[in-house]
Design a protein around this ligand. Structure first.
Ligand SMILES: Nc1ncnc2c1ncn2[C@@H]1O[C@H](COP(=O)(O)OP(=O)(O)OP(=O)(O)O)[C@@H](O)[C@H]1O
Length: 259
């Protein structure tokens, strides 16, 4: 589905991501963890073609269904993002159109795949929102993003991604802007999303709860390198690299202090 091969990414002449290799299969959830500044978001932006003016891929391949995205032009990327690749951001409410009601946003999104009436769009949106445990979907469809809480907007963003039936969902810290109780609701919603779709999910997260509950595979990044890779069970229970051991012990310590 998605294969990252020997990928290097730079901003200006500073290399940020160095020779990264991994793959994500259909239906599989991969979480990328690592300290702040280790290059996780840069990696995700490279995959989505959103590195901006300064950023560029300096080596390697990003194969999506056999096509090398690292050499795609912006137009091709845009069409893939609209149809086969969906994205969820940390502040999802901010990435939505503030002056468009949620119902209309679903319709706009779905119309990227073909003409669709409002009734059919509302039906599909409602179905997804229910799967993500959102209450009162009819009210949400009539609301603007600013009228909804952060946690609701985050789940609406997941529903907007899910309704497109994408092959790949990319998520950049989808829970980290939320407080702890709301995070738990969004994690539950993401688990339901994982069950309901056969999409591959690639997620950058600081939240080890998310990793424990959702990840099939985990990649650990440090200073732009993928230093450890394995199943969630291997990484959480038997980390090999000292850095991963430290990352896991920090999490355990934080969890103990929270109790
Ligand atoms: N647009 C940019 N231009 C120049 N340098 C950048 C840009 N964006 C990020 N960087 C640099 O790239 C490095 C990696 O940043 P990145 O955001 O990918 O890390 P991260 O692991 O996602 O961190 P965090 O967990 O804090 O989001 C950092 O040193 C950062 O300063």
């Amino acid at each position: 589905m998605l294969e990252i091969k020997d990928l290097s990414v730079s901003y200006g002449n500073r290399e940020i991501v160095h020779n990264v290799d991994f793959s994500v299969q259909s239906g599989e959830t991969v979480c990328i963890v690592g300290e702040s500044g280790s290059g996780k978001s840069t990696l995700l932006k490279a995959i989505t073609g959103l590195l901006g003016q300064e950023g560029h891929i300096t080596g390697g391949r990003i194969e999506f269904d056999g096509r090398n995205l690292a050499q795609s032009d912006p137009k091709e990327y845009r069409s893939l993002r609209g149809s086969r690749i969906a994205m969820v951001y940390q502040h999802a409410g901010e990435s939505m159109d503030p002056v468009m009601r949620i119902g209309r946003q679903f319709q706009e999104e779905l119309s990227l795949k073909g003409k669709i009436g409002r009734r059919e769009s509302d039906r599909k949106a409602t179905e997804c929102m229910k799967q993500l445990l959102l209450k009162e979907p009819e009210r949400i469809l009539r609301s603007y993003p600013s009228m909804l809480s952060g946690g609701t907007n985050q789940r609406v963003a997941l529903a907007l991604a899910m309704v497109m039936e994408p092959d790949l969902i990319l998520a950049d810290e989808p829970t980290s802007a939320l407080d702890v109780t709301v995070q738990a609701e969004v994690v539950k919603a993401m688990q339901n999303m994982k069950k309901a779709t056969n999409a591959a999910i690639l997620m950058v997260t600081h939240n080890m709860g998310v990793v424990a509950q959702m990840a099939d595979k985990v990649g650990v990044m440090k200073s732009g390198k993928l230093i450890e890779w394995g199943t969630a069970e291997e990484i959480l229970s038997h980390p090999v690299h000292d850095y991963t051991k430290m990352l896991m012990s920090c999490v355990l310590r934080m969890e103990t202090e929270d109790e």
